[in-house]
Write a protein of this length. Structure first.
Length: 155
């Protein structure tokens, strides 16, 4: 009697860039065929102080303008997901759109699914640029509950 295999769930992370598509393609080439594929994009939340102000200065947009901005971000993120699924030929993939800090959200979704592996790209920043801009891939590698496959931007 052969042992029962756990289902494989692959979490593919995209920001719509060519780097993300390359990373996902290369990751899928390395992995066994998944039972479940989830494509995730994380949009940055709109800063509420744009409406409320900071305490020293008033807001610079109305609540309705903020809602329009959020809706535009949602549409752009949805287009990113659709383009990624189409470009990779992943017709059966589930898609997820979340708002927040990308590193934290990716780890949360990986735990929630639960994901067998996370696939994402990295810009390969180092030194001051990494300290100032942070690194989503670094956060995911350090905090994800599953293995993480990271592809660096080719030179």
């Amino acid at each position: 009697m052969s042992p029962t295999r756990e289902p494989i769930t692959v979490l593919l992370c995209t920001d719509g860039s060519d780097l993300a598509l390359t990373a996902i393609r290369q990751g899928l080439d390395l992995l066994a065929a998944p039972d479940r594929t989830v494509v995730l994009t994380v949009a940055s939340p709109v800063d509420p102080t744009l409406v409320t102000g900071t305490g020293f200065a008033g807001g610079v947009m109305t609540f309705e303008e903020k809602n329009d901005l959020v809706e535009a971000q949602r549409e752009a993120a949805r287009a990113t997901l659709d383009e990624t699924v189409s470009a990779l030929g992943l017709a059966d993939a589930e898609t997820r759109l979340e708002f927040g800090d990308a590193g934290h959200i990716i780890c949360q979704v990986a735990e929630e699914l639960p994901a067998s592996v996370v696939v994402l790209g990295t810009h390969g920043r180092s030194g001051i640029r990494r300290a100032v801009m942070g690194s989503t891939s670094d956060h995911v590698v350090r905090h994800a509950v599953c293995p993480v496959l990271v592809q660096q931007q080719p030179d």
